[in-house]
Write a protein of this length. Structure first.
Length: 134
């Protein structure tokens, strides 16, 4: 069953890939999940917590917990939405944008290395298949 179980094999591949990116981001004090969160927040208009939760396929409680370390580091600002005071908006701080600017080339190198292990055409097909699942 282990050999054919899509769920198990997707989880194993996701963890192995995340470890590669975690190692690459370690000198910046980031994890792969934090990098993804920073890139999701990096928009011209401050997205809501609900919007980012949807983009990252996370529940709001998990997202809020993941935001806390970034907020404490001064990388992300959480503010009340003026149009709907029950809602919160997210924005990168100057420090957050600077760190993201430093992290993107690290992501590009690591992404290229992972893609080269799979093969460019195979990686494109895999990306399409994974998007179809989500």
């Amino acid at each position: 069953m282990r050999v054919v179980c899509l769920c198990l094999n997707l989880q194993r591949a996701a963890r192995a890939t995340a470890r590669r990116f975690d190692e690459a981001f370690r000198p910046l004090g980031l994890t792969s999940g934090q990098f993804s969160l920073l890139t999701a927040i990096d928009r011209s208009s401050s997205p809501t917590i609900g919007r980012i939760a949807s983009v990252l396929a996370m529940d709001r409680t998990t997202l809020t917990a993941n935001l806390k370390p970034l907020e404490r580091r001064g990388l992300v600002a959480v503010t009340i939405d003026e149009a709907d005071r029950r809602s919160r908006r997210l924005a990168l701080t100057r420090e957050g944008r600077s760190l993201l600017g430093t992290a993107v080339p690290v992501w590009k190198r690591t992404h290229a290395a992972v893609e080269s292990l799979i093969g460019t055409a195979e990686a494109a097909r895999l990306r399409d298949d994974l998007l179809a699942l989500s």
